[in-house]
Design a protein around this ligand. Sequence first.
Ligand code: GLV
Length: 330
Amino acid sequence: MNGKPKLWISRPVFEDVIAPLHDVFDVQMEPVERPIPPAVLVERLADVDAAIVGLADRIEASVLAQAPKLRFVANLGVGYNNLDLDALTAAGVGASNTPDVLNETVADYAWALMLGAARKVNAAERWLRDGQWKSSRFDGWLGADVHGRTLGILGMGRIGQAIARRAVGFRTKVIYHNRSRLADDVERECAARYVDKDTLLAESDHLILVLPFTPANRHAIGAPELARMKPTAILINIARGGIVDDVALAHALAQGTIAGAALDVFEGEPALHPSLLEVDNVLLSPHIASASRDTRRGMAALAVDNVLAAFGQGPHAGRPPSLLNPGVLA
Ligand code: GLV
């Protein structure tokens, strides 16, 4: 025993980025990437003072009840619907996420998915790998333009705004819907027009979802919403699984209710609903929108800063930079 507080990391994270933790904590990091079964989560947290967890790790009241020493949980992600913040606060456990460091990288990926789905890049590559390129029809592989079209954004936080700013070079018109309308100067900077949700659904040629998951947002895009979209529209979900009703979406794609989709997140991921695998007009991606070399390192560094700060160490000692429940440390 070296008397240091104990810290558990639920997935392998860049050794050099987490190195500063070793001065302060007795660090245990899972050596392989795998879904952590609930019983293992409880066992790992039973005796630790702090944890760095991934989005698949659900930290809720029943887990906290069996983690008496836990004081701080740093989430490796900006979304934190895997954390029961009320339960954490009630248990006196601080929590943090990784905002801002990933905004531009996720916005890049949203455009990659939109362009990829609009121009059928994934299907074209599959066709080529299948050895099917004997000849290509002049009127084959016809995709949708992104330039000059209307991009809709549902959820206009910092990532949504970063997506909107990229539209200028494409001369793509941007409309958005959000819980609250942006300030005039931000709207101007994003060249984005606020519309109600029905108008967003009806007018978007490409619709990107960037809203956080809350119980109220579950199936915010289901069969009725898909029916209001253009038959030529493309839907892109980089937000969270469960915001889209994946079964309704697969049905809409099969029926031609909308033309295509690109999904980085899924209901029940890492499992995919089998009906999504049966349709060809969807680009599928394994929840990697923030996965650029620099950004994943930046996210890890921010999680490290938060944990160190919660234990009075590091550049933000005593003030974790992205604390989600400030009352706890007060
Ligand atoms: C990714 O989905 C994140 O929330 O960071």
